[in-house]
Unconditional design. Sequence first.
Length: 70
Amino acid sequence: MQKLNYLTWKMILEKKLVLIPLRLIKAFLDREKLEEKPDIDEEILLEAANVLSDFIKYSYRPVVSMGKTG
């Protein structure tokens, strides 16, 4: 009976504090490791392409624009 009260109190506290329950943390830590490693060269090329496209997009914008006044 005392253990049940403890577990109930623990669950209520976890919900109030928005904590991740221990069983979910254990499941995360015990998950199987991915056999597939990320392809570093592909990731570098994708990031370089993103940087290049951003550079092209912003390089054709005027730094200062003259607006009509009056």
